[in-house]
Design a binder for this molecule. Structure first.
Ligand SMILES: Nc1ncnc2c1ncn2[C@@H]1O[C@H](COP(=O)(O)OP(=O)(O)OP(=O)(O)O)[C@@H](O)[C@H]1O
Ligand code: SF4
Ligand SMILES: [Mg+2]
Length: 401
């Protein structure tokens, strides 16, 4: 059994209207039937555009929002069905690291107080001396000096604050850590250090992560398995290397096509798919395949039938009616519908491209390319850069005190 199993998870938020009586006039289908498994000791990376439901899914796992349908099972226990009293103690096993380290730390509490709060609530440590000792150990592990205990969040740099956020989660000895955009608020050079730290902690402490990000480069470096989300559903899931070698879903291909490649020859050959339009509203999702309004390969069947996530071979799962035909080239892209494919040799945007076109590339990826010494800054630089170049254990690097 996997450590975390989600089966058909849906989170639908009611849309209310009316002055005296709230009437439900519709729903936001934020998460709409997600099934996935996270194995113990591994990292599952969840990527997708802003608004596709990533955070809502993370919050559903923690039961910070109610699950409309489906089950969330951690180590054999259905989190959604736990009575409130048991849920409180169960929550220790599920911890979250947030995107905004400053916003998630109380500015009036010093670090010892922030970290011992949860420990005391969950009965970890017989007294404050014991808790302090444990906190010192964790601070050393995340690369913060022992004198951090009496300091306040504003006295730390962004990267250090994220280390505090990680320490706060780890001090409770969780089974699963959900990292929601753990580095997107940080400078590119610091991002790599925090990602490396997460990896080192995983190895030394046997942690399991669900890492949520809109940035493919971030999840590639750290994930064993990657799930690509679009409008509340998974459209593709595969082991990390497999997904990067051959993305099969048109949406993933468009995402990947926006990531620059450091090898100039490969860069010249790189297929670029620009998608038109924004993510449709999750309050009014398109019928059939939810991607059909933007898919360059869309066929009539696509607007009528919703494709299931099915195994295309070797655990590479795709939700598309035409995976085989697109893969073999049998089904060409529809000309002039939803996408512009820039010929491989072209490195600039075509002048003829309509103004409404919005590349689905994550915003941070383009400027991240030149940072050769920051492994997580770009999808392709990540594996090449040895970790030794960015020492994280000491907590020094380029971070300021
Ligand atoms: N409490 C809520 N009530 C109503 N709608 C909500 C609520 N929380 C989230 N939503 C909507 O659900 C959809 C998914 O939101 P969510 O925050 O999960 O997306 P996301 O993928 O995390 O985006 P981002 O990358 O911007 O963080 C959005 O349309 C959002 O407006
Ligand atoms: S099912 Fe159709 S619209 Fe959806 S991704 Fe496949 S080809 Fe595109
Ligand atoms: Mg989010």
């Amino acid at each position: 059994m996997s450590l975390l199993e989600l089966d058909g998870v849906k989170v639908h938020f009611p849309v209310k209207k009316g002055i005296l009586f709230d009437r439900t006039v519709g729903h936001v289908y934020a998460v709409d039937g997600i099934s996935l498994k996270v194995e113990a000791g591994q990292t599952y990376g969840l990527v997708g555009e802003s608004g596709c439901g990533k955070t809502t899914l993370g919050r559903a796992v923690l039961r910070l929002v109610d699950v409309t349908d489906g089950s969330v099972v951690l180590d054999g226990t259905d989190v959604a069905k736990l009575p409130e009293k048991e849920l409180r103690s169960f929550r220790r096993r599920l911890q979250m690291v947030f995107q905004d380290p400053l916003g998630s730390l109380n500015p009036r509490q010093n670090i010892e107080s922030i970290l011992s709060e949860g420990m005391a609530a969950h009965g970890i440590g017989a007294n404050q001396d014991e808790r302090r000792e444990r906190i010192r150990e964790i601070l050393a592990k995340v690369g913060l000096p022992a004198n951090s205990l009496s300091r306040y969040p504003h006295e730390f740099s962004g990267g250090q604050r994220q280390r505090i956020g990680i320490a706060r989660a780890l001090v409770l000895e969780p089974d699963l850590v959900i990292c929601d955009e753990p580095v997107s608020a940080l400078d590119v050079s610091i991002q790599a250090q925090v990602i490396n730290l997460l990896e080192e902690l995983q190895e030394s402490m046997g942690l399991t992560y669900l890492v949520i990000a809109h940035d493919l480069a971030v999840v590639r470096h750290i994930s064993d398995v990657i799930g690509v989300m679009y409008l509340g559903s998974l459209v593709e899931e595969a082991p990390s290397d497999t997904l990067y070698e051959e993305p099969l879903h048109p949406y993933t291909r468009a995402l990947m096509s926006a990531v620059p490649v450091p090898d100039p020859e490969a860069e010249e050959r790189r297929e670029r798919i620009l998608l038109t339009g924004d993510l449709p509203s999750p309050a009014n999702p398109p019928a059939g395949c939810r991607f059909h309004t933007r898919c360059p390969w869309a066929q009539p069947k696509c607007s009528q039938e919703r494709p299931e996530l099915t195994d295309a071979g070797g655990g590479h799962k795709v939700a598309c009616h035409f995976t085989r035909e697109i893969r073999s080239g049998e089904l060409p892209m529809a000309g002039g519908t939803a996408a512009v494919v820039i010929p491989a040799q072209t490195t600039q945007e075509p002048e003829s491209a309509p103004e409404t076109e919005t590349p689905v590339a994550p915003k941070e990826e383009a400027p991240a390319a030149p940072e050769a010494e920051t492994p997580a800054a770009s999808a392709d630089e990540a594996p090449a850069a040895p970790k030794a170049e960015t020492p994280v254990a000491s907590g020094e690097g380029s971070e300021e005190k």
